[in-house]
Ligand binder design. Structure first.
Ligand code: BG6
Length: 526
């Protein structure tokens, strides 16, 4: 895929393509190694969007790739009074358009799909669910291992957690079998107090190691690769600090608008939806210290330490460090699109931000004084997730015919999506008798020389939960530190006497409000 030129992604002037021999393990072994315990995957919210868009395709792909427990059952649970066949038909529709759809394999997979209609408020219904699961265990040999996936609105997390506890479904057996794990999707609360309360409720029934707080950004291949890039290569780490890095940019731009999610988004806004979670994870991967070992607790310890070093954002400086925006009508890919306030379900007077650009500082030995620019928004001109390390400029130009300002500093760009690549920009000489410099790039495409299968973020996440590996999941202390940072900021914005002063309008299809342009230019390269 070639780079799409934009103000944030200027066209490369020349490309030096590095190729490297593939020294890894055979592709299948990299994809998945080991065995999975037999288990039942119980999806709450089985009639919802997340189940058909993400979870079912991911489960079907795992089934095809053989990263699949033997035996394994999948139980859809929702309020909708479906029969088993109706559930299977709905799930079939979700999978049948996939490239790798195979009718024969689907039939085999579908045999393991069951459905249980539930009233979430009813304890008797959960007792019925328990009996249903026990009966399945006896029939399928799934050994009492259960993965509970909450693909429901956050308002149901506490109810379901409590009900599972009450009927004994959170209880683990001893001796490695009979495990019970619960997967919770973000948002984990809407501020510090509600996150603490949610956690307290889940902990009444589940131990911390049973709770998997999912953030699908962490399971993206290229996001996982950031730590490998930093810590499996000797050349980056000596430069990875305030002595050599001028600033860091992190952008997660989306072309899509709020779509049909106004009910959720009106209450959330971009700071709760993208910053408190995904953006903080990306920041931690750049900012954290190397753990002694690549194991879940040590990696998560280091991330939390970097969150703890965030300099509080607030007080009189808030407006200088944070710009919020909301998209108005505009044009995307040549088509007119409505503004946020015209979207179905959105209040015509809504002050919910759909864009934010902020400047943060991490007050520790490594990063003191280095600004981190973060931006994310909906209805921007392109889908683009990138982390950009801007190195310092050379201290002195020895080419007396050109000034220092003509020598662009090096940048290391970690492309997450749509292009999965790492790019290093550097200066070279133009051919000819005069000294003319130009910026060129050295590019590594993530799938270069790789012909094996690929695993998407939800597949990876499901495997990790089945293996009990917490590495790519939020730990509660991290959630709380990030809320401690964001809650006062959000409160200050929401309680501002003239909120319009904080929320600037931008036309859909542009790179955010004009007020944010200086920050956006610092974030990228301009
Ligand atoms: C979700 C947010 O967590 O991430 C959405 O709730 C957002 O608003 C999505 O669109 C972006 O994810 P991705 O993987 O498409 O970058």
């Amino acid at each position: 895929m070639s780079s799409m030129p934009s103000p944030l992604n200027p066209p490369a002037k020349a490309v030096v393509d590095g190729t490297a021999p593939d020294l890894g393990l055979p592709a299948q072994a990299c994809l998945f190694a080991g065995a999975l315990d037999p288990c039942t995957i119980v999806i709450f919210g089985a009639s919802g969007d997340l189940t058909s868009r993400k979870l079912m395709p991911a489960l079907y792909n795992l089934f095809l790739s053989q990263a699949w427990p033997q035996p394994c059952g999948v139980v859809g649970v929702a309020r909708t009074p479906w029969r088993r066949e109706e559930f299977q038909n709905k799930m079939h529709a979700a999978v049948a358009s996939q490239k790798n759809y195979d009718p024969q394999k689907w039939q085999e997979f579908a045999q393991g799909l069951a459905y249980f209609a539930i009233d979430y408020e009813s304890l008797a219904a959960f007792q019925g669910l328990r009996a249903f699961l026990e009966e399945l265990d006896a029939r399928q040999g799934t050994a009492g291992n259960r993965l509970f996936y909450l693909a429901v609105p956050p308002s149901l997390y506490q109810t379901i957690g409590q009900q599972l506890g009450q009927v004994g479904l959170a209880q683990e057996q001893t001796g490695g079998q009979g495990w019970a794990r619960i997967v919770v999707e973000k948002p984990f609360g809407r501020d510090l107090a509600s996150a603490v309360a949610l956690n307290a409720t889940l902990h009444q029934s589940f131990q911390e190691q049973q709770i998997f707080r999912i953030d699908h950004y962490m399971a993206k291949e290229t996001v996982q690769n950031i730590l490998i890039c930093r810590f499996a290569n000797a050349i980056f780490e000596p430069l990875w600090n305030r002595n050599f890095i001028d600033r860091v940019g992190i952008i997660a731009a989306e072309k899509i608008g709020v779509e049909h999610r106004a009910g959720f988004y009106e209450q959330a806004g971009v700071l709760r939806d993208m910053f408190q979670n995904h953006m903080m994870q990306l920041l931690a991967l750049i900012a954290m210290e190397p753990p002694a070992r690549f194991v879940a607790e040590q990696v998560r310890d280091e991330k939390v330490k970097s969150f703890r070093s965030l300099k509080p954002l607030g007080g009189p400086d808030l407006a200088a460090n944070l710009v919020l925006g909301q998209y108005g009508p505009g044009v995307i890919d040549g088509a007119n699109v409505p503004g946020y306030r015209q979207e179905p379900g959105v209040s015509p007077a809504s002050l919910t931000p759909t864009f934010a650009a902020m400047r943060l500082f991490i007050d520790n030995w490594r990063w003191r004084g280095v600004p981190f620019y973060l931006a994310s928004g909906k209805r921007l001109p392109q889908k683009l997730t990138q982390l950009i390390i801007h190195f310092k400029e050379v201290p002195h130009s020895l080419f007396d015919m050109i000034g220092l300002e003509a020598i662009a500093p090096n940048r290391l760009i970690l492309g997450i999506q749509p292009e999965e690549k790492i790019t290093l920009t550097f200066q070279t000489k133009n051919p000819g008798a005069t000294v003319c410099l130009r910026e060129v790039t050295m590019d590594f495409h993530y799938y270069q020389n790789y012909h094996g299968p690929i695993m998407d973020a939800y597949e990876k996440t499901l495997i990790d939960v089945m293996q009990g590996d917490q590495m790519l999941f939020w730990r509660q202390d991290g959630v709380e530190v990030c809320w401690s940072f964001f809650s006062p900021v959000i409160e200050a914005c929401e309680s501002c006497a003239i909120p319009e002063e904080f929320i600037h309008s931008y036309a859909a299809g542009t790179w955010g409000p004009t007020t944010a342009q200086t920050m956006m230019n610092r974030l990228a390269a301009l």
